[in-house]
Design a protein around this ligand. Sequence first.
Ligand code: UD1
Length: 387
Amino acid sequence: MKILNVVGARPNFMKMAPIIEAMSRCPKKMEHLLIHTGQHYDEKMSKAFFEDLDMPKPDINLEVGSGSHAVQSGRIMMAFEHVCLQEKPDLVIVVGDVNSTMACTITAKKLGIRVAHVEAGLRSRDMRMPEEINRLCTDVLCDHLFTTDRFANENLLAEGISKSRIVFVGNVMIDTLVKHREMAAGLGMHLKLGLERRKYATLTLHRPSNVDDRRILEGILVALHEVSESLPIIFPIHPRTRKMTEEFGLTGYFHAGAEVKGIWTCEPLGYLEFLHLNMNAALVLTDSGGLQEETTVLGVPCITMRDNTERPITCEVGTNTIVGNDPERILTAVRDVLGGKYKKGQVPELWDGRAADRIVDWLGGAYSEAHERGIFHFEHWASRNSQ
Ligand code: UD1
């Protein structure tokens, strides 16, 4: 059985790492290649994660780089089609909800190749989010939909997707967290920065809806600057956000040096360093998807500066609170947490560090049976779809 594992952007790497590891434990059954689309290409957005997570170098890098959604997706499709035709995989595995996820799914399906989506069924119901469009396109096409929680199962069933395509396995990103938790705890990074445990916050901010509009971005920064007067904020800044703050002339809200007061910005951090900072923080402020899940498992309060979440389990079971980007609501939520008013939370079902094993076991079983019956064969699909 030959599999192409696809990654493209930063949040993909920690989802794919445990899958590759689980596949490597059964080399006889699974020949697997790692394809990096090159959607993220900066050393700090890509290479640093491969090193931290001990991932093998990509077998093929499509080097598509940045561009508008159409340009980036189109480039990925053209390059990935070539790879599929050359490698003739039995299965393509995509993770998450970035442009690479959607573009490679469409490409592979049009060649008649089976595709599995890991982290299927998440829905924000917000079509302004490019990720929501990516999630919908990907899930409607994929043959196997590996889900993280019961909300995802319900979403897929409500969209008319057959039960036989859905497999509830848990959360692969949490596999990576469980594996690296102890290693990250030992780093002592907050101490090196002169910070006391539980006496600082971490911040991530990169959603176009928060950073591409000057008024919204400034509103958030004004509120966070006020927070940072009493609680230092560590802000590893995403390239998109750096670009926008510079363009809008808003960098005055940041402290460039390692001061223990104010919003302290730094380059994007590696996986282990950031995990260390988050596990010791008093709270996490974010608009990212993955951090809502990681903080739930770490038991750290998370304030999500978005109007909705595709991960409601983190609010219902975990430590996450959705506050939108209104400055007053952000300030109230921070005051609540600092005053001890926050959800203590629990770890959702099957977020236990073994999701990737479940995926690989399931695929091993399903595909060896199918191969015996001669059902999955690339040449057959390719000839059927090439007209
Ligand atoms: C992408 C994902 C988003 C994910 C985020 C995590 C989509 C639609 N969006 O958003 O879901 O949460 O990654 O980081 O797939 N840039 C660099 N260096 C890089 C990559 C990007 O400087 O290595 C800059 C470029 O100016 C680029 C901009 O960041 O135009 C945005 O990058 P892009 O990949 O388009 O989207 P993200 O905002 O990173």
